[in-house]
Design a protein around this ligand. Sequence first.
Ligand code: SF4
Ligand code: SF4
Ligand code: FES
Length: 386
Amino acid sequence: MQVGLKIWRYDSATGDRALREYEIEAPEEATLLDCLDIVKDRHDGTLAYRKSCRMMICGSCGMRMDGAAVLACKTRMYDIAQEGRVPVISAMGNLPIVKDLVVDMDPFWSKFKAMWPWLEPGYDRPDDGREYRISQERMNVVHKEALCINCGCCVSECNAMESDPEFLGPQALAKGMRFVGDPRDGATVERLERYNREHGIWDCTRCYFCNERCPKGVDPRDAIAKLGAESIRLGIDRDMGAKHAKWFVRSAETTGWLREEELIPKTQGYVSAIKQLKFGASLARHGKVRPVPIPHVARDVDEARNLRKVVQEQDRAGALGIVQGERALARLAHGGGSESLEEIYARPGSAPRPFLPGEGSAEGQGSLTQADVTPGKEPTRKRGEA
Ligand code: SF4
Ligand code: SF4
Ligand code: FES
């Protein structure tokens, strides 16, 4: 098939920048990465890009196609070529370009390291030197986060990083949740304290572009929401973002709707609220504030209260209370949610259903009988072992 590509060429040494167009002959099964290989082999050997596995595992080939991050080795070109489209290929966003499609990943790896991407054991090693076992159900909690291949596609599209390059970002925070949610880790509070600092979890704008662009279904925004929920569960709630979230819940529970007039005093404190009276007056002039903010209780407030009750009865505090994106989308796609959760999770390709309290095997590190908060307890041996 005939494939047309426009590629942004850039040389950081000279500052030269140009959009070059290439017409190539490629096999019908070609991916974007195959097409770049053909360009480099047969048309222009100076083109620079990264690749390694060619099978969506190594995370090397992140780049932008028509302004949105993709993995080149995952992107089939057949339909695009049939439509006669000539896509524009450029380097990923939010990272400095070194040459053509190659970006400097140093800022990415620095943030990755800042998450302590290793387990801090919360248990003693078994005396017999054997490994601990952990139930699959417990690991399901961090299954999605563990799928991350560090490709940077989410970082490329992150709005918060665009305005604040110091923001830890979706990849690093998803990695953080991978360890916070791991029942073998013993540094949950220390980790959450770090992630709650400036440029941390509460600086995310919730644009959801990271969920949309992640080629592995990690859903980093959901991971950030889980970190926020875990922080609040453990009382790490001094950030205004945490106070803001808590006020949303309180407001919905008490009156059934969001009392925006009280949002600033409740999140920033009364002194700060007084300082912002001028801003408040300007909002009032534009009809954004009710003249007499007398709280009234919504007619169907019981719905909000029941929802809260369900969450509490199911003991879904913290990360377990976060609804995963794919579940919400699955429900939308099927108009009204006639499927049960079990049915949704039984679909081919669906992520495993999260482990809920009261479920899971009775054996193994992190199982029902050996909670992650009891380090040093007797190790569970494999079935049948002495
Ligand atoms: S949801 Fe948050 S982390 Fe994800 S891309 Fe948007 S701002 Fe960045
Ligand atoms: S979360 Fe997804 S998009 Fe982001 S680095 Fe990991 S695999 Fe890539
Ligand atoms: S080449 Fe490894 S993910 Fe694309």
